[in-house]
Design a protein around this ligand. Sequence first.
Ligand SMILES: Nc1ncnc2c1ncn2[C@@H]1O[C@H](COP(=O)(O)OP(=O)(O)OP(=O)(O)O)[C@@H](O)[C@H]1O
Length: 731
Amino acid sequence: MEDDFQSAYQEEEDRLNGALTEIDTVLERLRSIPVYTGSEYTEQVLEDSREQRRKDLAKLRQEPYFGRLDFQGNDEDERKALYIGKIGVDREQVSDRPLVIDWRAPVASLFYSFTGGTEPASYEAPEGLIEGLVYLKRNVVIRKQILERVADTYNRDSDAPAVSDEFLVYRLGENKDNRLRDIVSTIQEEQDKIIRAAKNTALIIQGVAGSGKTTVALHRLAFLLYQYKEQVSAEKMIIFAPNRMFLDYISDVLPELGVGNIAQSTFPDWAADVLGITLPEQDTAETMNRWFETAGSMPEITEETPGRFKGSTVLMEVIESTIKLLETGAVPEGDFIPWEGAVLRRSMILRWHNEEYAPYPPAKRKERVMARIHRWIEMELKKSPSQAALKERKKKAAAREKTYSGKWPKYDPLMIYKQIFRAVKVPEHWPAAAPEIIPQGVLKETVKELKKGILREEDLPPLLYIHYLLSGNDGGDRFDHIVIDEAQDFSPFQIAVLDLYVKGHSFTILGDLSQGIHAYKGVHAWEEMQTLFAPEHTAYHALTRSYRSTMEIIEFANGILSSGVGSSLLAVPVFRSGNPVRLISYADRQPAAAAAGSERLSAVRTALGALSGCEYRTVAVLTRSLREAAELYDALAGQFEDLHLIDGSMTEYRGGLSVLPVYLSKGLEFDAVILADADSGHYGEAAWDAKLMYVGCTRALHELWLLHDGQLPPYVQLLGEETVSGWPDSQ
Ligand SMILES: Nc1ncnc2c1ncn2[C@@H]1O[C@H](COP(=O)(O)OP(=O)(O)OP(=O)(O)O)[C@@H](O)[C@H]1O
């Protein structure tokens, strides 16, 4: 066995040295070509591609590949060793296989989809299905040109056990810094299916916490850019994520995969940009406080909760009929008379509006009709008998043109939105129908807020829809693909509106209903989104394995989910064992602090000291509310280096030690998590409170400690070996 390993290592080392020499040869040749600085377009394009290649190869030299697959197609005479890396490299000499195969190439899919066994394997190639035998699947870890590790996950010629998770577990055991990383070397079969799914489908993915949703979505973008080179471009892809800090946290993955220029935004930022408005800042912080401040604070959520109602597609119909109404009565009554004696008949204006410019949306139609009227005036002016008459007529015409234009409906999305809710006066002929469809509670609250100038996130989809119906896409291009992360917090209306801005329903929509802590505005079942698309345009995938946390943490979090939420969407852990989850009462071993009434702070300080003193690089203290996070941060700041408070306004995630409210931790991960106030005073019995705690617990990779005042919520249970009570002996 040891001998086999030695010879495998030696073989890979030789191969690596050979590959590095070949890469250097290609690089030298590229560098020897003088850089083109002229103005000839074709030459410039060639130079750009050479420059990109130089950069790619220089990067690739450090870690040329990560995997090897030995495969023999049924039509081939011999088995071939294929080396798979982040970027493909062709050989300088003609050869039947590249030096490195891009991980996104069809044959590389075998590296991910083959899970062992003696049966033939196959992959989809442009020329059809290729079938054959896999002989070897090997992971090679190369860092800075040094071969660090060789691990076979399958070897047809060996008696060793078939595919194992050993290499994956080794990778998952590493500590994390302040950025999400690529997973090209360990993409799992279920993830690979999503990454390589066809472009023109609205993919909806339910994935448990830590199942790699965010990571998979980013790899999928890289795949689409490779597979559909001719049809898609990075500039026309966009990722929607919950906040700007999260965007910063994921910002390294795409460059690592050699992909740049993909737009990343939050929905409110993007919507504000399309609408040309500035959003009032108070919205996020105030909403968060409203919903997250204390245990059991969540009011009952019904279909008439403003966020749920406004997020449903019911409002779409109200909006459509309102715009229709405006459009039908748009052309003002009476003929247009720019000066006495000149008449433009209304019937003519109606013909322009209703027939000639019918294909344009209303706001554009108005623009065209008014421009046409203007041209008609200019023609008429030419018939003026004298200079004096011309001057007089010009003046009158300008004033009357303005008045006439003013009689058209105001095609202003915010104004129309206010009119629909009757927050402002509406023309007399408007039917009362619209408000009748809107529940009284929603109507009242919206009117109150609109009058105060408050716009909430749930007001944005209706506003965008009005904007779209009035003005179309503003001549802007549609996206080639849209990724929506944390999609359980999106509403069907948001998706429906985004569908107007993307080609071919090309979506990757990822989320976890168990983490639906924004249920007052998000979806409660994926069907709410699926039904927006024709069945042939949508597909559903479920990711059930969780890669982030140790088995102990996952079992513990599953316990919260099943007994606190009654959910069956439980995570299946990868076989990676760590320390038990620790439940620590503030009073435990702290008589002096207890007497002084400062045991909570003292416990958090001790826990943070203990965990940050280990080899962990990122440790987080999670509190129930932002106020509590800020207070703890103030009390601890001077005592720990590299300690940060994360509030909703941050745009950068710095890693190290963080204090943050649990609801802001969604999407992030930390080597160790201290969940402060894990007691029933902070987390009530409601499913929503349990979900919040579940989110907090599933942020931890290696270590999870829960600090409490002695009264645990009913869904926090001491499980057999996965949990222990009290401080570790060293404290
Ligand atoms: N195939 C894999 N190989 C190695 N690591 C993986 C793999 N899949 C996921 N991971 C790791 O698991 C962690 C969780 O991934 P990610 O944040 O993408 O999950 P998620 O489903 O979006 O989580 P959540 O919903 O809890 O925010 C990351 O550290 C990621 O690198």
